[in-house]
Design a protein around this ligand. Structure first.
Ligand SMILES: Cc1ncc(COP(=O)(O)O)c(C=O)c1O
Length: 323
């Protein structure tokens, strides 16, 4: 007798007639990622979001992910590496903004307030007037504190001083009033599963069209000539310049000797060594640190972070003994 062959792969011939009927209709015009029908569908959704929120100068960017994905996308894509970000935080998701900005190694001005405490607008204005930051980020609806932050008021300050303004609207978009154009919001981090009660793994940001253009972000997978080369060149230049600075600092370190009979001079020399070591550590922990290999450090006799920490501790103990 011939052996019975059982296929374990689900396929149309295993399915009921009713299901097969649907697949036939579906098969005639499937909407697949590379097919011609997906882009118009996404375009319609994006236009719909813009129309519903009444923000013609913003573009809706759709992504698979959660609200946190939208937070990371805005911080990671809408800031130049050296732009100083003021985070006004007074709840769990403000803390997350700081965490993400720190991970991105964005220069940070941290306005950390007790949970639920409304920010003092005069303080924000003073920081803006003193040009202490280039961009500001704040949560609108504080989910962990059940409070609303003064998004329009902070927006007015950001606009007055020409600062970028990012709003975490994950829990407030499509729920609370949000006049993105009127309030000068450069980008809002959104979610589809909160206000829209939609699919939990689909999220969006709304970003000012001008900002997208300024950041070289194209919405249509169009290649921007020279953009990737420029990014790579800036990165390489940053690493090269960090390496040059490190070599110079190590030379400087070699020139500072802690000796002689003058106690004040010894103390001064220790201070100089400490400051140089801290500068080296700053570069290693900085944006370009990860592009510098342990091998290169070794070859150029540049101490790594652990060595620096030990040396700093040694200087401290020596200084105490010398008193
Ligand atoms: C204000 C706010 N921001 C960000 C998030 C993070 O969103 P998700 O949990 O979808 O990543 C939440 C989630 O509740 C939120 O309320």
């Amino acid at each position: 007798m011939a052996p019975k062959v059982v296929s374990l792969t689900p396929a149309v011939f295993h399915l009921s007639d009713a299901v097969n009927e649907v697949s036939r209709t579906y098969g005639q015009a499937p909407i697949v990622p590379r097919g011609p029908r997906l882009a118009p569908l996404i375009g319609k959704v994006r236009d719909g979001i813009r129309a519903a929120l009444g923000c013609p100068s913003h573009e809706a960017v759709l992504m698979t992910g959660t609200g946190s994905t939208a937070m990371a996308a805005v911080l990671g894509s809408c800031l130049a590496p050296d732009e100083r970000l003021l985070v006004i935080r007074n709840g769990a998701y403000g803390d997350r903004l700081v965490e993400y900005a720190t991970t991105l190694r964005q220069p940070l001005v941290d306005m950390s307030l007790p949970y639920g405490q409304r920010p003092n607008l005069d303080e924000v204005e003073q920081l803006a007037a003193a040009n202490a930051f280039d961009a500001v980020a704040m949560v609108y609806g504080g989910t962990s504190t059940c409070t609303l932050n003064p998004v329009a008021e902070v927006g007015a300050i950001a606009r007055r001083y020409g600062k970028k303004y990012f709003v975490d609207g994950v829990s407030s978009l499509f729920i609370e009033p949000m006049d993105l154009d009127g309030w000068g919001v450069s980008a809002v981090m959104g979610s589809c599963n909160k206000g829209l009660h939609s699919h939990p793994n689909l999220t969006m940001c709304l970003v000012q069209g001008d900002l997208l253009a300024a950041m070289d972000i194209a919405l249509n997978a169009q290649l921007i000539p020279g953009a990737s080369k420029r990014i790579m060149r800036d990165w390489t230049n940053g690493i090269d310049s960090s390496k040059r600075q490190l070599k110079k600092l190590v030379d400087d370190l070699g020139d500072v000797r802690v000796n002689g009979t003058d106690k004040a001079a010894r103390s001064r020399a220790r201070g100089q060594r400490k400051s140089i070591l801290e500068d080296i550590r700053g570069i290693l922990k900085g944006k370009f640190g990860e592009g510098i290999t342990a091998r290169w450090l070794n070859e150029n006799r540049i101490p790594g972070e652990a060595q620096i920490n030990i040396e700093l501790e040694r200087i401290k103990i020596e200084q105490m003994k010398d008193k």
